[in-house]
Design a protein. Structure first.
Length: 151
């Protein structure tokens, strides 16, 4: 079953169960998927899973940015809402690697391309994106690579 279909089924289920914590976020996801279909002039069927995953990652990033702003402004009510939306969206994303696993993968990629300075960071990122694109948080990867390559 495609990821898009799975999201639609969860939306229908949450509407039936009157789950007010879930269905608004699922509607936002469906809306973003439809927007991409229109932009790509995708007429029939579902989008491919990598396209849907890209949408979901973008939505999580937007909400994380909002969380930072709400923390600074002291708006706990809005912060709580954003975190709940992140949880709903993360249900459909592949499991992300943890901190230690990410460090290990970064170190392996650095060795693979013989990177020894920040100039080589693009090569390392390219390898990581091609091999582990769906399971890495690239904001964490960037920090880890900078720490390793600046030593």
């Amino acid at each position: 079953m495609s990821l898009e279909k799975k999201i639609e089924e969860n939306l229908n289920l949450s509407l039936k169960n009157k789950d007010k914590g879930t269905f608004p976020t699922l509607r936002l996801i469906i809306s973003a998927i439809k927007d991409l279909k229109i932009a790509k002039k995708h007429r029939e069927g579902n989008l491919k899973d990598p396209d849907v995953i890209a949408i979901l990652k973008k939505m999580v990033k937007q909400r994380n940015d909002s969380c930072e702003a709400y923390k600074k402004a002291g708006r706990e009510d809005l912060l709580k809402n954003e975190k709940r939306e992140i949880e709903v969206i993360n249900q459909f994303l592949p499991k992300q690697l943890g901190e230690e696993e990410t460090k290990k993968v970064c170190s392996e990629a650095i060795k693979k391309v013989n990177a020894n300075s920040m100039k080589d960071m693009g090569k390392v990122m390219g390898i990581l994106k091609s091999n582990h694109g769906n399971v890495l948080d690239f904001s964490k990867v960037s920090k880890i690579l900078k720490d390793i390559l600046n030593k």
